[in-house]
Design a protein around this ligand. Structure first.
Ligand SMILES: CC(C)(COP(=O)(O)OP(=O)(O)OC[C@H]1O[C@@H](n2cnc3c(N)ncnc32)[C@H](O)[C@@H]1OP(=O)(O)O)[C@@H](O)C(=O)NCCC(=O)NCCS
Length: 159
């Protein structure tokens, strides 16, 4: 996990990724069937209905569509870490080692973070933590990169 994370360690690196601004207004699929890989970057459920795992159903629908309609074998995801502030408050540095340790804790069930948990539940494999990578104060500008193996998920009947 650590190697890829190093790529985003420099605090003076160019402007952080701003997913909302960069994707806003983009309506057309950038994918041709059978070519490339999918990329998921944002799920949202209304505050009044959170906690019912609706995001998992949404994600399953999108992954199924990528498999059946777009004929893709893999999808990447950028994920948020909105509870990582608690980890930082416990005196842990949010460098590559710290963010990856936090991710392992959540994956093992030793900590809760709903930004990571719905990807975990949907069968994502976490590639690496991404400290200082995105303009997202709630996540302390940290996130993670994940990959979905769509063929494997299909075999496991998860999609
Ligand atoms: C991430 C999100 C889509 C998950 O919604 P969801 O599918 O309803 O959440 P889940 O059903 O997986 O919730 C699992 C747990 O996390 C809690 N939870 C979910 N979202 C939460 C939130 N925003 N704040 C606090 N707790 C939250 C739920 O209450 C639930 O707790 P429980 O297991 O103790 O009952 C939703 O929180 C959201 O829209 N957040 C804002 C946008 C965002 O950050 N998206 C993620 C970007 S990739």
């Amino acid at each position: 996990m650590v190697d890829l994370t190093k790529a985003v360690l420099d605090p003076n690196a160019p402007q952080k990724f701003r997913p909302y601004e960069e994707m806003e207004g983009l309506r057309e699929s950038q994918l041709e069937p059978g070519k490339g890989a999918g990329f998921l970057f944002y799920a949202y459920t209304d505050k009044d209905i959170r906690g019912g795992a609706l995001s998992t159903k949404l994600l399953t629908t999108v992954l199924t569509d990528m498999t059946d309609e777009l004929k893709l074998s893999h999808a990447f995801a950028y994920g948020r870490l909105p509870k990582i502030g608690d980890f930082e408050a416990g005196g842990r540095a949010l460098d590559a080692v710290g963010v990856n340790a936090y991710i392992k804790d959540v994956m093992n069930g030793d900590r809760r973070d709903w930004g990571l948990e719905f990807h975990k539940r949907s069968g994502a494999k976490i590639i690496c933590g991404l400290p200082n990578s995105v303009d997202d104060p709630e996540s302390r500008n940290c996130g993670f990169l994940a990959i979905y193996d769509l063929r494997k998920l299909r075999k496991q009947k998860m999609i």
